[in-house]
Structures are given as structure tokens and as C-alpha cells.
Design a protein around this ligand. Sequence first.
Ligand SMILES: Nc1ncnc2c1ncn2[C@@H]1O[C@H](COP(=O)(O)OP(=O)(O)O)[C@@H](O)[C@H]1O
Ligand SMILES: [Mg+2]
Length: 299
Amino acid sequence: MITPPALIRLAHLAEVDPGPMLDLLAAVEQPGKIEHQAPRGHLDRSPPRSAVLAHDTAVPPRQLPGDVADFSGRWGERHELITALTRSRPHAGQAPIAVVHGAEGVGKTALAVHVCHHMESRFPDGQLFVNLHGSTGSRPRDVADILKHVLHTLGVPRTEIPEHLDDKATMYRNLIARRRILVVLDDAADAKQIKPLLPGTTTAATIVTSRHLFDDLGVTIRVQLGLLSHHETEEMLKQVIGGEFARLDKVLIERTIRFCRGVPSAVRSAGVRLSTPESRLAHETAKPLQARLSAVGSG
Ligand SMILES: Nc1ncnc2c1ncn2[C@@H]1O[C@H](COP(=O)(O)OP(=O)(O)O)[C@@H](O)[C@H]1O
Ligand SMILES: [Mg+2]
């Protein structure tokens, strides 16, 4: 008969919870007694059984922020991302990772969130969205703290979350193993910050947004977001302004397009201002736009 250590090793290789099989084995060997004692050793880092069970009954996480209702353009990038993250994958290997990179305000988060909403049904076990604050004024978030939060979201009681980063990361990977789950790591500072958050099995997929390329990670696809063309800027303005666009002065539109220099955050800001009748004067839109353009210039 198979021994408990051998069974645990097999379960570990197959990435399944050994608990139920150990219970069965114990019941066969000692009828009436179904508690098991996992041997100590390299499996010490497995999540406690209650953590696994907690996940089994937990509601799948649905953490995507709302989609940008007037999202426009970026057709090529949308297609590339969706194809890379959803095409059928071999049983073994690495879960796909897409990196969307570019300057601040260029639309990385908006694109990632938009394509994730499109792929939602392909990842029925949930979507995790983690803001890593890699480029905001405050310090990048500590990955151990993030993992603590994520594990709790996945149903692990706070008292069962291990102290060390590696143990937290192992528990995380174990909990999402074989789940069809989408992970968005938004505004990542560096590879050190995201490595512990990458899923380990091919059923999951990850989108990272960042100013960086992550050339030391096994990335499936890199999508560089550039500035919008004149035509794309006009299309986005149209979307943001809505029906009012047709009534606006053509010279004002032309001047606004040039002023925005293809930066989506500036286009949105201008569009919002131009869609309210009392603030359509170009000089009123100038100040906040200038601030955004300076931010991009320094990014
Ligand atoms: N393709 C787009 N269509 C509509 N709005 C967009 C688009 N790309 C970006 N935006 C808007 O521009 C602003 C900045 O985008 P964001 O995704 O936050 O930039 P980043 O993450 O690169 O700093 C947001 O208000 C966002 O809604
Ligand atoms: Mg962003």
C-alpha cells in the first residue's frame, strides 16, 4: 500500500491538495481515525488544510476596476494581448505574462483593465487586481504586505498567513494552482516586486503594467504603448465629448488636439472640459493639460 509520504510527494507533483487522500488512507489503515499528520520536511511550506478548504468555499475574487466606458482605439494592442493571454496552452510550462509598458498617462492601466473585462469569462475562477504603486509619489508597496492582503482575499484566515515572504508566496501559488484566474499587477516598480505574485500554473494569466520592460522575466508578450496619432486623438476626443463634439468649433478642436500631444490623460482632461458648455474656452483647459503634459515629459 502507498505510504503517506509517497502520497504527499505524488500530490505535490500533481499540484493537488493531499488532505482528502490522506484522510482516505488513514481511514483504511485505522478505521475510525481520519486525522492525518503531514510529515515534516520539504513540504512544510504547503498551506494548512484549512487554508485550502477556505479557498474551496470562498467566492472567486472579482477585483477589476470598472472599465473605461468610452475606451477608444488601441485595436492592435487589444488583439495582441487577448491572443497572447487566452490562446490554448500546453499542460506544462509557464503561465503567460503580458507586460504593457510606457510613460505615465499613456493609458497602460486603462488598456489592461479594458482587455481584462473582455476576457473575464475565460477566467471564471476570478480576477485579482493589485496596485503596486511603482511610480506614484509614495514608496512602492511592500510585496509581503500585498501577499498578506491577497491571501486573506482568497479566504485564508489572518492567523494562518505565514510570516516569511517565501512561505506566503508558496501558499499563494498553491491556492491559485490550476485555477483559471487572471492577475493584474498594475504599476509595477521592478521584477522583485512582481515575482512572488506570478502564478505557477498555466491555467492562470498575468498582465503587468509598468514603465519598465522586465527583460529579466520570462515575458510572453511586451506591448509598448506610445502616444496617440492625430486621428486617434480626435477619435478619443469624440468618444469622451459625445454628441456635443459635432457642435464644437473646428479650430478649437484642432488646437486642442495639437495641445494634447497624443497623451491620453491630457485628451481625457480636455474632453471633459470641452463637454461642459461653460468651460469650452481654450484658456480654461490649458492649465490642467499643461500639468499632465509635464508629468509625461518627466516620466
Ligand atoms: N484608449 C483610451 N480610451 C479612452 N480613455 C483612455 C484611453 N487610454 C487612456 N485613457 C484615459 O487616460 C487617462 C490615463 O490613463 P491611464 O491608464 O491611467 O494611464 P497610465 O496607467 O499609463 O498612467 C485615464 O483617464 C484613462 O481613462
Ligand atoms: Mg496606471
